[in-house]
Design a protein around this ligand. Structure first.
Ligand code: AMP
Length: 396
């Protein structure tokens, strides 16, 4: 079974082609284009590259194209992309303005280009859909809850990959196997052995921390939109509900302008006044720039806040996992996040931590009760696996 996973940005197309033949999981091809101006051509070029590489002979050899879609109104999980689902995504364009519109456009173009190939979506909200109700609710009137003002959570494919892989690394194949069934069975909290408690820190251009019990999400730092939780690259993260009306009145700006500033001029960029990229901010901080140092400190404090919340919720942790651009590459930020936690049994191996970059590794000290891992995430593989499961269930 050959499944193409297409990652669509407003000006980029990246793909990975997986082959699940003979019970295996093989990456056949990966590629992508940046600064795309002609999307139909980019899709055409993608098909051409797949053929030139002999990964496929013909588009119709693809069993499906899978998409890591973000959010849709009243739709989550892994679903076939049809007009109803595309409309549900469009209904929430406002919640994910950087993601939903390009995905809708891209999916429609794929539908034109490969009309016989099923197009399947795995929503980023899916992994959190079975978290306890108390962790998904805002304390708003019921009528607000009814119109969907509640926490959905995001980065589901990444946190799910971490849930499965961390269980394997911790020698808990029972939980890893259970986690792999998750989207089918929902709650994965009933297992026979000791509970497995993992805190997954997806730290990148956009960041979230998730508490994972026995392979299932019990809550996550992002809420109704990806515009919450930790400070993001240029998005604000958590903000008091009164702040927007106050800024609108004080500056005499529109709600739309306030939204623009909170989604384009805030987060690490707003705090540092330098960049939305941690590499540039850290360089400036090292040269003594106070705002850059503050940006890193706010980010680190927020990550610790959420890790602490799930540490309590899970009654401790078997592992804390760092993943995504910052989590995989920035030893300095991992060190700052894990500083002074010895009393909680969380202790980095400082030297090991410094040596690990973009590879899977344990970075905790031998006497740390909580294991600390770096695990490069593999969201595309999760999308491909779920797409495969969707096709198999449909055929049953
Ligand atoms: P992501 O959204 O996962 O690609 O992560 C983007 C963030 O990770 C940016 O703030 C980068 O500064 C940081 N990052 C990504 N790759 C690297 C790298 N190779 N070295 C250091 N930082 C990186």
């Amino acid at each position: 079974m050959k499944i193409l996973v297409a990652n669509i940005g407003s000006t980029s197309l990246k793909w990975r082609l997986f082959d699940f033949a003979n019970g295996g999981e093989r990456l056949l091809h990966k590629g992508g284009f940046e600064r795309v101006t002609d999307y139909p051509k980019a899709i055409e070029d993608c098909m051409m590259e797949l053929k030139n590489a002999k990964a496929i002979q013909d588009e119709n050899e693809l069993n499906a194209v899978g998409f890591k879609t973000v959010i849709a109104k009243n739709v989550t999980g892994c679903v076939r992309l049809d007009e109803r689902v595309l409309q549900a995504m469009a209904d929430y364009n406002g919640l994910a303005p950087a993601h939903n519109p390009p995905y809708i456009t891209g999916i429609k173009l794929f539908a034109q280009r490969v009309p016989k190939v099923p197009l399947i979506a795995l929503f980023e909200t899916a992994f959190h859909q079975f978290a306890p109700e108390a962790s998904l609710r805002y304390a708003v009137p019921e009528s607000w809850n009814q119109i969907g003002i509640r926490r959905f959570g995001f980065h589901g494919a990444s946190h799910k990959f971490i849930a499965e892989r961390s269980a394997e690394l911790l020698g808990r194949s029972d939980v890893a196997e259970r986690a792999k069934q998750l989207y089918v069975h929902g709650h994965a909290t009933k297992i026979s052995g000791a509970p497995l408690r993992v805190i997954s820190c997806h730290l990148g251009g956009s960041s979230s921390v998730t508490g994972i019990l026995n392979g299932a999400s019990i809550g996550t730092s992002m809420g109704m939109s990806p515009q919450s939780g930790l400070p993001q690259n240029n998005r604000v993260g958590d903000l008091d509900a009164e702040a927007i009306p106050y800024a609108v009145k004080t500056f005499g700006i529109s709600i739309e302008e306030a939204q623009r500033q909170l989604t384009k001029e805030s987060g690490l960029k707003g705090l540092s006044g330098i960049s939305n990229d941690v590499r540039e901010i850290a360089d400036a901080a090292a040269k003594g720039d106070a705002k850059a140092k503050l940006a890193i400190d706010v980010y680190t404090a927020s990550a610790r806040h959420w890790i602490g919340g799930y540490f309590l919720e899970l009654n401790g942790a078997d592992a804390i996992v760092f993943t995504a651009g910052i989590g995989e590459n920035r030893a300095d930020i991992r060190e700052a996040i894990c500083a002074n936690l010895e009393n909680l049994g969380i202790k980095l191996d400082a030297e090991k931590n410094k040596s690990v970059r973009a590879i899977e590794a344990e970075i905790s000290a031998p006497d740390s009760r909580v294991k600390i891992f770096v695990i490069p995430t593999n969201e595309e593989l999760v999308v491909a696996r779920e797409t495969k499961r969707f096709l198999e269930n449909r055929n049953n």
